[in-house]
Design a binder for this molecule. Sequence first.
Ligand SMILES: NC(=O)C1=CN([C@@H]2O[C@H](COP(=O)(O)OP(=O)(O)OC[C@H]3O[C@@H](n4cnc5c(N)ncnc54)[C@H](O)[C@@H]3O)[C@@H](O)[C@H]2O)[C@H](O)CC1
Ligand SMILES: [K+]
Length: 500
Amino acid sequence: MKILSPKQIAEADHYTIKNEPISPVNLMERAATKCFEWISSNFENTKSVKVFCGTGNNGGDGLVIARLLKNKGFSVKTFILPLGNKQTEEFSINLKRLDDVCAKIVFIEKQEDLPKLSPRDLIIDAIFGNGLNRAPEGLSKNLIQYINEAKATVIAIDIPSGLFSGKSVTAKDSVIKAHHTLTFQVPKLAFFLPDNKNFIKDWTILDIKLNTSFINKLPTKYHYFTAQEAKATYKARNDKWAHKGTYGHSLIIGGSYGKIGAPTLSAKAALKIGSGLVTAYIPKCGYTIMQTALPEVMAETDHEIELADFTPTINATVIEIGPGMGTSDLTLAGFKKFLQNNKTPLVVDADALNCLALNKELLTLLPKNSILTPHPKELERLIGKWDNDYEKLEKIKIFVEKYSIILVVKGAYTLTATKEAFYFNSTGNNALATAGSGDVLTGIITGLLAQGYSPREASCFGVYIHGRTAEIYTTNHAPETFTASLIADYLSDVILELQE
Ligand SMILES: NC(=O)C1=CN([C@@H]2O[C@H](COP(=O)(O)OP(=O)(O)OC[C@H]3O[C@@H](n4cnc5c(N)ncnc54)[C@H](O)[C@@H]3O)[C@@H](O)[C@H]2O)[C@H](O)CC1
Ligand SMILES: [K+]
Protein backbone atom coordinates (compact mmCIF):
# COMPACT_ATOMS: atom_id res chain seq x y z
CA MET A 1 0.00 0.00 0.00
CA LYS A 2 1.30 3.43 -0.88
CA ILE A 3 2.11 6.11 1.69
CA LEU A 4 1.40 9.46 0.02
CA SER A 5 2.42 13.05 0.73
CA PRO A 6 -0.22 15.60 1.82
CA LYS A 7 -0.02 17.13 -1.68
CA GLN A 8 -0.63 13.78 -3.38
CA ILE A 9 -3.59 13.06 -1.09
CA ALA A 10 -5.14 16.41 -1.99
CA GLU A 11 -4.56 15.58 -5.69
CA ALA A 12 -6.27 12.19 -5.31
CA ASP A 13 -9.12 13.99 -3.58
CA HIS A 14 -9.52 16.48 -6.47
CA TYR A 15 -9.18 13.80 -9.13
CA THR A 16 -11.93 11.72 -7.50
CA ILE A 17 -14.23 14.72 -7.18
CA LYS A 18 -13.77 15.56 -10.87
CA ASN A 19 -13.79 12.09 -12.37
CA GLU A 20 -16.11 9.92 -10.29
CA PRO A 21 -17.71 12.48 -10.24
CA ILE A 22 -18.77 13.33 -6.71
CA SER A 23 -19.34 16.71 -5.11
CA PRO A 24 -16.82 17.75 -2.44
CA VAL A 25 -19.57 17.84 0.17
CA ASN A 26 -20.67 14.31 -0.71
CA LEU A 27 -17.09 13.08 -0.53
CA MET A 28 -16.89 14.63 2.93
CA GLU A 29 -20.14 12.92 3.89
CA ARG A 30 -18.74 9.58 2.66
CA ALA A 31 -15.47 10.03 4.59
CA ALA A 32 -17.15 11.20 7.78
CA THR A 33 -19.79 8.45 7.59
CA LYS A 34 -16.97 5.89 7.70
CA CYS A 35 -15.66 7.60 10.85
CA PHE A 36 -19.14 7.68 12.36
CA GLU A 37 -19.65 3.97 11.71
CA TRP A 38 -16.34 3.13 13.34
CA ILE A 39 -16.98 5.38 16.36
CA SER A 40 -20.56 4.28 16.94
CA SER A 41 -19.67 0.60 16.82
CA ASN A 42 -16.56 0.92 19.02
CA PHE A 43 -18.00 3.38 21.56
CA GLU A 44 -21.68 2.49 21.60
CA ASN A 45 -21.95 2.92 25.38
CA THR A 46 -20.31 6.34 25.51
CA LYS A 47 -22.42 8.95 27.27
CA SER A 48 -20.79 12.17 26.20
CA VAL A 49 -19.03 13.04 22.95
CA LYS A 50 -17.25 16.36 22.46
CA VAL A 51 -16.27 17.19 18.90
CA PHE A 52 -13.60 19.86 18.35
CA CYS A 53 -13.48 21.32 14.86
CA GLY A 54 -11.25 23.70 12.92
CA THR A 55 -12.85 25.53 10.01
CA GLY A 56 -11.18 23.65 7.15
CA ASN A 57 -12.34 20.34 5.76
CA ASN A 58 -11.00 18.39 8.72
CA GLY A 59 -13.37 20.51 10.81
CA GLY A 60 -16.08 19.79 8.21
CA ASP A 61 -15.59 16.06 8.80
CA GLY A 62 -16.03 16.73 12.51
CA LEU A 63 -19.35 18.52 11.90
CA VAL A 64 -20.69 15.59 9.85
CA ILE A 65 -19.59 13.13 12.54
CA ALA A 66 -21.30 15.26 15.20
CA ARG A 67 -24.55 15.29 13.19
CA LEU A 68 -24.52 11.54 12.52
CA LEU A 69 -23.74 10.72 16.16
CA LYS A 70 -26.51 13.03 17.36
CA ASN A 71 -28.99 11.43 14.95
CA LYS A 72 -28.00 8.04 16.34
CA GLY A 73 -28.83 9.21 19.88
CA PHE A 74 -25.39 10.08 21.29
CA SER A 75 -25.12 13.14 23.52
CA VAL A 76 -22.92 15.44 21.41
CA LYS A 77 -21.47 18.91 21.88
CA THR A 78 -19.54 20.59 19.08
CA PHE A 79 -16.85 23.22 19.61
CA ILE A 80 -15.48 25.29 16.78
CA LEU A 81 -12.15 27.07 16.70
CA PRO A 82 -12.74 29.92 14.21
CA LEU A 83 -9.17 30.00 12.71
CA GLY A 84 -9.52 33.60 11.48
CA ASN A 85 -13.09 32.94 10.28
CA LYS A 86 -11.90 31.27 7.06
CA GLN A 87 -14.41 28.52 6.46
CA THR A 88 -14.29 26.10 3.55
CA GLU A 89 -17.51 25.75 1.59
CA GLU A 90 -18.03 22.18 2.78
CA PHE A 91 -17.51 23.33 6.36
CA SER A 92 -20.17 26.04 5.99
CA ILE A 93 -22.67 23.66 4.41
CA ASN A 94 -22.19 21.18 7.22
CA LEU A 95 -22.37 23.83 9.91
CA LYS A 96 -25.83 24.68 8.62
CA ARG A 97 -26.81 21.00 8.48
CA LEU A 98 -25.65 20.50 12.05
CA ASP A 99 -27.53 23.58 13.16
CA ASP A 100 -30.64 22.20 11.47
CA VAL A 101 -30.66 19.18 13.78
CA CYS A 102 -30.61 21.53 16.80
CA ALA A 103 -27.17 20.50 17.91
CA LYS A 104 -25.22 22.30 20.63
CA ILE A 105 -22.53 24.35 18.90
CA VAL A 106 -20.06 26.60 20.72
CA PHE A 107 -17.47 28.90 19.10
CA ILE A 108 -14.21 29.09 21.02
CA GLU A 109 -13.11 32.72 20.73
CA LYS A 110 -11.04 32.92 23.90
CA GLN A 111 -9.55 30.73 26.61
CA GLU A 112 -12.65 31.09 28.83
CA ASP A 113 -14.81 29.45 26.14
CA LEU A 114 -13.01 26.12 26.61
CA PRO A 115 -15.50 23.60 28.00
CA LYS A 116 -15.01 21.49 31.09
CA LEU A 117 -13.59 18.12 30.07
CA SER A 118 -13.84 14.88 32.00
CA PRO A 119 -11.80 11.69 31.60
CA ARG A 120 -15.11 10.01 30.74
CA ASP A 121 -15.62 12.20 27.65
CA LEU A 122 -15.01 10.86 24.21
CA ILE A 123 -13.20 13.60 22.31
CA ILE A 124 -13.19 13.83 18.54
CA ASP A 125 -10.23 15.81 17.24
CA ALA A 126 -11.14 17.45 13.92
CA ILE A 127 -9.13 20.65 14.35
CA PHE A 128 -6.41 20.24 11.70
CA GLY A 129 -5.89 17.52 9.14
CA ASN A 130 -3.97 17.26 5.92
CA GLY A 131 -4.03 21.07 5.55
CA LEU A 132 -1.82 21.88 8.57
CA ASN A 133 0.77 24.33 7.29
CA ARG A 134 2.46 25.58 10.46
CA ALA A 135 2.71 24.64 14.11
CA PRO A 136 -0.46 25.61 16.02
CA GLU A 137 -0.04 28.70 18.18
CA GLY A 138 -2.15 30.82 20.51
CA LEU A 139 -5.66 29.55 21.10
CA SER A 140 -5.24 26.46 18.86
CA LYS A 141 -2.13 25.45 20.80
CA ASN A 142 -3.92 26.09 24.11
CA LEU A 143 -6.88 23.99 22.98
CA ILE A 144 -4.60 21.09 21.97
CA GLN A 145 -2.82 21.23 25.33
CA TYR A 146 -6.15 21.47 27.14
CA ILE A 147 -7.46 18.35 25.37
CA ASN A 148 -4.25 16.43 26.13
CA GLU A 149 -4.49 17.34 29.81
CA ALA A 150 -8.08 16.10 30.09
CA LYS A 151 -6.99 12.43 30.09
CA ALA A 152 -10.11 11.63 28.06
CA THR A 153 -10.17 9.16 25.16
CA VAL A 154 -9.27 11.04 22.00
CA ILE A 155 -10.08 9.94 18.47
CA ALA A 156 -8.28 11.94 15.80
CA ILE A 157 -9.81 12.36 12.38
CA ASP A 158 -7.33 11.72 9.56
CA ILE A 159 -4.29 12.72 11.65
CA PRO A 160 -3.81 14.06 15.19
CA SER A 161 -4.06 17.85 14.99
CA GLY A 162 -0.66 19.52 15.01
CA LEU A 163 1.11 16.48 13.56
CA PHE A 164 2.57 17.02 10.10
CA SER A 165 2.12 13.95 7.93
CA GLY A 166 5.44 14.27 6.15
CA LYS A 167 7.78 16.49 8.16
CA SER A 168 9.21 16.80 11.59
CA VAL A 169 7.28 18.28 14.54
CA THR A 170 9.32 20.91 16.32
CA ALA A 171 6.68 22.05 18.83
CA LYS A 172 5.92 18.73 20.52
CA ASP A 173 3.56 20.42 22.99
CA SER A 174 1.21 21.47 20.18
CA VAL A 175 0.13 18.04 18.98
CA ILE A 176 -2.92 16.03 19.98
CA LYS A 177 -2.08 12.76 21.76
CA ALA A 178 -4.64 10.52 20.10
CA HIS A 179 -5.63 7.10 21.37
CA HIS A 180 -6.98 6.18 18.01
CA THR A 181 -6.65 7.82 14.61
CA LEU A 182 -9.12 7.21 11.81
CA THR A 183 -7.21 8.02 8.66
CA PHE A 184 -8.50 8.34 5.13
CA GLN A 185 -7.48 6.04 2.30
CA VAL A 186 -3.75 5.73 2.97
CA PRO A 187 -1.55 5.77 6.06
CA LYS A 188 0.59 8.85 6.66
CA LEU A 189 4.38 8.67 6.94
CA ALA A 190 4.25 10.27 10.40
CA PHE A 191 2.44 7.20 11.80
CA PHE A 192 5.51 4.98 11.37
CA LEU A 193 8.10 7.17 13.07
CA PRO A 194 9.15 6.53 16.68
CA ASP A 195 9.42 10.29 17.40
CA ASN A 196 5.61 10.41 17.10
CA LYS A 197 4.82 7.54 19.42
CA ASN A 198 3.11 9.84 21.95
CA PHE A 199 0.73 11.20 19.32
CA ILE A 200 -0.10 8.06 17.37
CA LYS A 201 -1.14 4.89 19.11
CA ASP A 202 -3.69 2.73 17.27
CA TRP A 203 -4.88 3.75 13.85
CA THR A 204 -7.31 2.48 11.25
CA ILE A 205 -7.37 3.16 7.53
CA LEU A 206 -10.86 3.98 6.25
CA ASP A 207 -11.44 3.32 2.58
CA ILE A 208 -13.23 6.44 1.29
CA LYS A 209 -13.06 5.22 -2.31
CA LEU A 210 -10.67 7.77 -3.75
CA ASN A 211 -9.81 6.84 -7.34
CA THR A 212 -7.47 3.86 -7.09
CA SER A 213 -6.17 3.90 -10.65
CA PHE A 214 -5.06 7.50 -10.05
CA ILE A 215 -3.40 6.52 -6.75
CA ASN A 216 -1.70 3.54 -8.41
CA LYS A 217 0.04 5.92 -10.81
CA LEU A 218 1.35 8.30 -8.13
CA PRO A 219 5.09 7.92 -7.53
CA THR A 220 6.22 7.37 -3.95
CA LYS A 221 9.25 6.11 -2.12
CA TYR A 222 7.25 4.98 0.91
CA HIS A 223 5.08 1.87 1.18
CA TYR A 224 3.20 -0.05 3.85
CA PHE A 225 3.77 -3.82 3.55
CA THR A 226 0.50 -5.52 4.45
CA ALA A 227 -1.13 -8.94 4.07
CA GLN A 228 -1.99 -8.02 0.49
CA GLU A 229 1.69 -7.49 -0.42
CA ALA A 230 2.68 -10.60 1.53
CA LYS A 231 0.19 -12.75 -0.40
CA ALA A 232 1.49 -11.36 -3.68
CA THR A 233 5.09 -12.13 -2.64
CA TYR A 234 4.53 -15.69 -1.44
CA LYS A 235 5.73 -18.35 -3.89
CA ALA A 236 3.67 -21.47 -3.28
CA ARG A 237 5.49 -24.78 -3.59
CA ASN A 238 4.07 -26.59 -6.56
CA ASP A 239 7.08 -28.22 -8.22
CA LYS A 240 6.54 -31.98 -8.11
CA TRP A 241 10.12 -32.67 -9.20
CA ALA A 242 11.70 -30.54 -6.49
CA HIS A 243 14.58 -31.92 -4.41
CA LYS A 244 16.36 -30.35 -1.45
CA GLY A 245 18.79 -28.57 -3.79
CA THR A 246 15.84 -26.76 -5.39
CA TYR A 247 15.29 -24.79 -2.20
CA GLY A 248 18.86 -23.65 -1.69
CA HIS A 249 21.59 -24.07 0.87
CA SER A 250 21.83 -21.59 3.75
CA LEU A 251 25.09 -21.17 5.59
CA ILE A 252 24.89 -19.61 9.06
CA ILE A 253 28.20 -18.27 10.37
CA GLY A 254 28.20 -17.25 14.01
CA GLY A 255 28.47 -18.21 17.65
CA SER A 256 31.06 -17.99 20.41
CA TYR A 257 31.43 -19.61 23.84
CA GLY A 258 28.15 -18.97 25.70
CA LYS A 259 26.43 -17.71 22.54
CA ILE A 260 25.80 -20.80 20.45
CA GLY A 261 22.06 -20.28 20.88
CA ALA A 262 22.07 -17.37 18.43
CA PRO A 263 23.26 -19.31 15.33
CA THR A 264 21.13 -22.26 16.46
CA LEU A 265 18.01 -20.10 16.41
CA SER A 266 18.94 -18.68 12.99
CA ALA A 267 19.63 -22.14 11.56
CA LYS A 268 16.32 -23.47 12.88
CA ALA A 269 14.43 -20.53 11.35
CA ALA A 270 16.16 -20.92 7.97
CA LEU A 271 15.27 -24.61 7.97
CA LYS A 272 11.68 -24.10 9.10
CA ILE A 273 10.97 -21.41 6.50
CA GLY A 274 11.98 -23.90 3.85
CA SER A 275 15.70 -23.69 3.04
CA GLY A 276 16.51 -27.06 1.41
CA LEU A 277 19.79 -27.44 3.28
CA VAL A 278 21.29 -25.58 6.22
CA THR A 279 24.89 -25.66 7.41
CA ALA A 280 26.13 -23.91 10.53
CA TYR A 281 29.73 -22.73 10.74
CA ILE A 282 30.50 -22.31 14.43
CA PRO A 283 33.30 -22.57 17.01
CA LYS A 284 34.18 -26.13 18.10
CA CYS A 285 32.54 -25.63 21.50
CA GLY A 286 29.18 -25.36 19.72
CA TYR A 287 29.43 -28.56 17.74
CA THR A 288 27.52 -30.89 20.08
CA ILE A 289 24.99 -28.20 20.93
CA MET A 290 24.13 -27.57 17.29
CA GLN A 291 24.05 -31.23 16.28
CA THR A 292 21.87 -32.13 19.24
CA ALA A 293 19.47 -29.20 18.94
CA LEU A 294 19.06 -29.48 15.19
CA PRO A 295 19.83 -32.90 13.70
CA GLU A 296 18.80 -31.64 10.24
CA VAL A 297 21.54 -28.99 10.25
CA MET A 298 25.11 -29.82 9.18
CA ALA A 299 27.95 -28.32 11.19
CA GLU A 300 31.47 -27.18 10.34
CA THR A 301 33.77 -25.80 13.00
CA ASP A 302 36.43 -23.13 13.50
CA HIS A 303 38.62 -22.44 16.61
CA GLU A 304 37.65 -23.80 20.02
CA ILE A 305 35.67 -20.94 21.60
CA GLU A 306 35.39 -18.31 18.83
CA LEU A 307 35.47 -17.82 15.10
CA ALA A 308 38.87 -16.92 13.70
CA ASP A 309 39.56 -18.70 10.38
CA PHE A 310 36.18 -18.28 8.65
CA THR A 311 36.86 -21.15 6.23
CA PRO A 312 33.59 -22.98 5.56
CA THR A 313 33.95 -25.54 2.78
CA ILE A 314 30.44 -25.60 1.35
CA ASN A 315 29.14 -23.75 -1.66
CA ALA A 316 26.14 -21.95 -0.14
CA THR A 317 23.33 -20.14 -1.95
CA VAL A 318 23.33 -17.48 0.76
CA ILE A 319 25.34 -16.75 3.90
CA GLU A 320 24.07 -15.26 7.14
CA ILE A 321 26.88 -13.90 9.28
CA GLY A 322 27.04 -12.45 12.75
CA PRO A 323 24.69 -14.02 15.33
CA GLY A 324 26.51 -14.55 18.64
CA MET A 325 29.85 -14.08 16.88
CA GLY A 326 31.49 -11.59 19.25
CA THR A 327 33.89 -8.85 18.19
CA SER A 328 37.24 -10.11 19.53
CA ASP A 329 40.41 -9.09 17.63
CA LEU A 330 40.83 -12.62 16.32
CA THR A 331 37.23 -12.80 15.09
CA LEU A 332 37.44 -9.34 13.53
CA ALA A 333 40.63 -10.24 11.64
CA GLY A 334 39.03 -13.44 10.30
CA PHE A 335 35.84 -11.58 9.40
CA LYS A 336 37.88 -9.05 7.33
CA LYS A 337 39.62 -11.86 5.47
CA PHE A 338 36.27 -13.53 4.88
CA LEU A 339 34.75 -10.37 3.37
CA GLN A 340 37.75 -9.88 1.09
CA ASN A 341 37.25 -13.34 -0.44
CA ASN A 342 33.48 -13.76 -0.31
CA LYS A 343 31.20 -13.34 -3.34
CA THR A 344 28.07 -15.08 -1.98
CA PRO A 345 25.03 -12.91 -1.05
CA LEU A 346 25.10 -11.98 2.63
CA VAL A 347 22.66 -11.35 5.44
CA VAL A 348 24.59 -9.42 8.10
CA ASP A 349 23.42 -9.12 11.70
CA ALA A 350 24.46 -8.51 15.30
CA ASP A 351 28.21 -8.66 15.97
CA ALA A 352 29.02 -8.65 12.25
CA LEU A 353 27.24 -5.27 12.11
CA ASN A 354 29.29 -4.06 15.06
CA CYS A 355 32.48 -5.19 13.30
CA LEU A 356 31.40 -3.20 10.24
CA ALA A 357 30.57 -0.15 12.34
CA LEU A 358 34.03 -0.28 13.93
CA ASN A 359 35.69 -0.66 10.50
CA LYS A 360 33.54 1.28 8.03
CA GLU A 361 36.00 0.61 5.18
CA LEU A 362 34.74 -3.00 5.23
CA LEU A 363 31.31 -1.86 4.05
CA THR A 364 32.68 -1.53 0.51
CA LEU A 365 33.46 -5.27 0.54
CA LEU A 366 29.81 -6.31 0.94
CA PRO A 367 28.34 -7.96 -2.16
CA LYS A 368 25.66 -5.78 -3.86
CA ASN A 369 22.20 -6.25 -2.34
CA SER A 370 23.54 -7.64 0.92
CA ILE A 371 20.94 -7.31 3.67
CA LEU A 372 21.93 -5.65 6.97
CA THR A 373 19.47 -6.02 9.86
CA PRO A 374 20.34 -3.48 12.57
CA HIS A 375 18.28 -2.52 15.59
CA PRO A 376 18.25 1.25 16.27
CA LYS A 377 21.49 1.26 18.32
CA GLU A 378 23.34 -0.78 15.67
CA LEU A 379 21.93 1.55 13.02
CA GLU A 380 23.30 4.56 14.88
CA ARG A 381 26.74 2.94 14.96
CA LEU A 382 26.55 2.49 11.19
CA ILE A 383 25.06 5.80 9.99
CA GLY A 384 25.77 8.14 12.93
CA LYS A 385 23.36 10.06 15.18
CA TRP A 386 20.23 11.79 13.87
CA ASP A 387 18.27 14.76 15.19
CA ASN A 388 14.84 13.51 14.14
CA ASP A 389 13.27 10.63 12.24
CA TYR A 390 13.17 12.47 8.91
CA GLU A 391 16.89 13.08 9.15
CA LYS A 392 17.30 9.39 9.99
CA LEU A 393 15.35 8.42 6.83
CA GLU A 394 17.59 10.70 4.77
CA LYS A 395 20.74 9.14 6.27
CA ILE A 396 19.37 5.65 5.60
CA LYS A 397 18.71 6.63 1.97
CA ILE A 398 22.26 7.90 1.52
CA PHE A 399 23.70 4.79 3.21
CA VAL A 400 21.80 2.22 1.12
CA GLU A 401 22.65 4.11 -2.08
CA LYS A 402 26.33 4.47 -1.20
CA TYR A 403 26.88 0.77 -0.48
CA SER A 404 24.16 -0.70 -2.75
CA ILE A 405 22.74 -2.68 0.13
CA ILE A 406 19.39 -3.20 1.86
CA LEU A 407 18.85 -2.07 5.45
CA VAL A 408 16.23 -3.77 7.61
CA VAL A 409 15.84 -1.35 10.52
CA LYS A 410 14.12 -3.20 13.34
CA GLY A 411 11.42 -1.49 15.39
CA ALA A 412 7.67 -1.32 15.98
CA TYR A 413 7.27 -0.74 12.23
CA THR A 414 10.40 -2.44 10.91
CA LEU A 415 11.64 -0.58 7.85
CA THR A 416 13.11 -2.33 4.82
CA ALA A 417 15.08 0.33 2.97
CA THR A 418 16.23 -0.38 -0.58
CA LYS A 419 17.70 2.04 -3.10
CA GLU A 420 14.34 2.23 -4.87
CA ALA A 421 11.80 2.24 -2.04
CA PHE A 422 11.18 2.10 1.71
CA TYR A 423 8.70 -0.42 3.14
CA PHE A 424 7.21 -0.21 6.64
CA ASN A 425 6.01 -3.54 8.02
CA SER A 426 2.44 -3.98 9.21
CA THR A 427 2.78 -6.97 11.55
CA GLY A 428 4.22 -7.73 14.98
CA ASN A 429 3.77 -6.70 18.58
CA ASN A 430 5.75 -6.42 21.79
CA ALA A 431 5.81 -10.22 22.24
CA LEU A 432 8.74 -10.05 19.81
CA ALA A 433 10.75 -8.00 22.30
CA THR A 434 12.48 -11.16 23.53
CA ALA A 435 16.01 -12.57 23.44
CA GLY A 436 16.95 -14.19 20.14
CA SER A 437 14.00 -12.77 18.19
CA GLY A 438 16.41 -10.94 15.85
CA ASP A 439 18.42 -14.14 15.24
CA VAL A 440 15.21 -15.82 14.11
CA LEU A 441 14.37 -12.92 11.80
CA THR A 442 17.73 -13.13 10.04
CA GLY A 443 17.32 -16.90 9.76
CA ILE A 444 13.93 -16.44 8.10
CA ILE A 445 15.31 -13.87 5.64
CA THR A 446 18.26 -16.17 4.87
CA GLY A 447 15.99 -19.17 4.28
CA LEU A 448 13.81 -17.13 1.92
CA LEU A 449 16.84 -15.94 -0.07
CA ALA A 450 18.02 -19.55 -0.35
CA GLN A 451 14.68 -20.45 -1.95
CA GLY A 452 15.02 -17.78 -4.62
CA TYR A 453 13.16 -14.81 -3.18
CA SER A 454 14.85 -11.55 -4.24
CA PRO A 455 16.68 -9.61 -1.50
CA ARG A 456 13.87 -7.05 -1.39
CA GLU A 457 11.19 -9.74 -1.23
CA ALA A 458 13.06 -11.81 1.36
CA SER A 459 13.49 -8.74 3.60
CA CYS A 460 9.94 -7.36 3.44
CA PHE A 461 8.31 -10.79 3.44
CA GLY A 462 10.59 -12.18 6.16
CA VAL A 463 9.84 -9.24 8.44
CA TYR A 464 6.12 -9.62 7.76
CA ILE A 465 6.14 -13.37 8.54
CA HIS A 466 8.20 -12.89 11.70
CA GLY A 467 5.76 -10.25 12.99
CA ARG A 468 2.73 -12.26 12.12
CA THR A 469 3.87 -15.25 14.23
CA ALA A 470 3.65 -13.01 17.31
CA GLU A 471 0.19 -11.76 16.36
CA ILE A 472 -1.10 -15.30 15.93
CA TYR A 473 0.53 -16.44 19.18
CA THR A 474 -0.98 -13.61 21.23
CA THR A 475 -4.52 -14.30 20.06
CA ASN A 476 -4.63 -16.98 22.77
CA HIS A 477 -1.38 -16.66 24.76
CA ALA A 478 0.12 -13.97 26.99
CA PRO A 479 2.77 -11.93 25.13
CA GLU A 480 5.22 -12.37 28.04
CA THR A 481 5.44 -16.10 27.33
CA PHE A 482 6.54 -15.81 23.71
CA THR A 483 10.14 -16.91 23.10
CA ALA A 484 12.37 -16.87 20.04
CA SER A 485 12.27 -20.68 19.84
CA LEU A 486 8.48 -20.53 19.55
CA ILE A 487 8.56 -18.24 16.49
CA ALA A 488 9.56 -21.12 14.22
CA ASP A 489 6.61 -23.16 15.50
CA TYR A 490 4.16 -20.56 14.16
CA LEU A 491 5.66 -20.17 10.67
CA SER A 492 3.32 -22.80 9.33
CA ASP A 493 0.22 -20.88 10.52
CA VAL A 494 1.46 -17.75 8.76
CA ILE A 495 2.11 -19.57 5.50
CA LEU A 496 -1.24 -21.35 5.60
CA GLU A 497 -3.07 -18.07 5.98
CA LEU A 498 -1.16 -16.63 3.01
CA GLN A 499 -2.49 -19.50 0.93
CA GLU A 500 -6.12 -18.70 1.77
N1 LIG B 1 -9.17 12.86 0.46
C1 LIG B 1 -9.31 13.03 1.69
O1 LIG B 1 -8.46 12.55 2.44
C2 LIG B 1 -10.41 13.85 2.18
C3 LIG B 1 -10.17 14.67 3.24
N2 LIG B 1 -11.07 15.41 3.84
C4 LIG B 1 -10.67 16.10 5.02
O2 LIG B 1 -10.06 17.30 4.67
C5 LIG B 1 -8.89 17.51 5.41
C6 LIG B 1 -8.03 18.53 4.76
O3 LIG B 1 -8.77 19.70 4.76
P1 LIG B 1 -8.18 21.16 4.49
O4 LIG B 1 -9.31 22.08 4.42
O5 LIG B 1 -7.29 21.06 3.32
O6 LIG B 1 -7.27 21.45 5.71
P2 LIG B 1 -7.42 21.32 7.30
O7 LIG B 1 -8.83 21.18 7.68
O8 LIG B 1 -6.47 20.28 7.75
O9 LIG B 1 -6.84 22.71 7.78
C7 LIG B 1 -7.68 23.81 8.05
C8 LIG B 1 -7.19 25.14 7.66
O10 LIG B 1 -6.42 25.61 8.72
C9 LIG B 1 -5.40 26.46 8.27
N3 LIG B 1 -4.22 26.14 9.07
C10 LIG B 1 -3.29 25.24 8.83
N4 LIG B 1 -2.39 25.19 9.82
C11 LIG B 1 -2.79 26.12 10.72
C12 LIG B 1 -2.30 26.55 11.97
N5 LIG B 1 -1.20 26.01 12.51
N6 LIG B 1 -2.94 27.49 12.65
C13 LIG B 1 -4.07 28.04 12.14
N7 LIG B 1 -4.60 27.68 10.94
C14 LIG B 1 -3.97 26.75 10.26
C15 LIG B 1 -5.20 26.21 6.82
O11 LIG B 1 -5.32 27.42 6.13
C16 LIG B 1 -6.31 25.21 6.42
O12 LIG B 1 -7.05 25.67 5.36
C17 LIG B 1 -8.36 16.13 5.55
O13 LIG B 1 -7.41 16.00 6.57
C18 LIG B 1 -9.63 15.35 5.84
O14 LIG B 1 -9.95 15.40 7.20
C19 LIG B 1 -12.45 15.45 3.27
O15 LIG B 1 -13.41 15.51 4.18
C20 LIG B 1 -12.77 14.25 2.39
C21 LIG B 1 -11.75 13.80 1.53
K1 LIG C 1 -7.39 15.95 13.21
